[in-house]
Design a protein around this ligand. Sequence first.
Ligand code: FBP
Ligand code: AFP
Length: 291
Amino acid sequence: MSDTDDDHEQVVDEVIETIAGSANEIRRGLVGRREDADAENPSGETQAEADVWADDLLADRISSIDGVCQYASEERRETIDCGDDDGLSVGVDPLDGSSNLKSNNTMGTVFGIYDEPLPAPGTALVASGWILYGPITTMALARDGTVKKYELTSDDRTLVDDDVVLPEDPLVYGFGGRVPDWHADFEAFVREVESDDSLKLRYGGAMIGDVNQVLTYGGIFAYPALEDAPRGKLRLQFEGNPIAHLIETAGGSSSDGTRSILEVKPDELHDRVPLHVGNDELIDRLEDVLE
Ligand code: FBP
Ligand code: AFP
């Protein structure tokens, strides 16, 4: 391993430690921040107070790590450039599914650590992961070809699974967007999935919660292209790439409808991407139907 690789490994460690170490603080900080802020994110969505607060907290901490050259997030238009041109770039969705704050349902934090400046393709990811604010706080982390799962308390990170692999027999599915806005070919695929006796619907309105169920039980999650939103809703840098990287590392597949999400070349920081992830056979079937 070269000195640069070694340096990068240490920076990756520190970024992961920072995000994992902030998770329970973020969770506690949601109290009192469930209302909408008087602001929109760069995608034109109303931000919750908690979105802005969690983004500021992570921006401060991550951008001050030596060896990080850029911090970027779904909640801010521009990257924060931190000076070290040879460093790593970190893309974050500070609170994925924050519309679930109102109903007090599941949410997450998503992150990707890239060895190229953003916007970058998913092939530039050196690690990706998500925090799930479920009944307990957990972290799924893809790095060096394996996915690991941790339980996080305020003081500790406990490894609970050192090789997470998508179960072979898929069980669950969940699809975002309004049904009347789906394209006819995607709807045809959904009808196929619904008629499969071995699969059942699980949809909670936060991608992280729904994708974590796919990682746990096997299955498929999608937020597809819509009639009036040809690239769907989810952002490539902050959601699509890290989720695709983690699910592919766990033995599954991702697709934008025709190819792996990791092969999509970004044009802009806040590009969206139709997102489909899950077991290979389901993603293959989806691509066949969409062709
Ligand atoms: P945010 O990151 O702004 O919360 O948006 C992402 C998300 O909440 C996903 O977690 C979820 O799958 C999707 O949007 C739900 O969108 P919709 O409300 O259109 O079903
Ligand atoms: P439990 O009380 O055994 O958890 O069951 C209730 C419940 O989990 C409920 O919260 C869900 O809506 C429902 O079951 C899910 O049922 P399926 O597993 O059949 O989707």
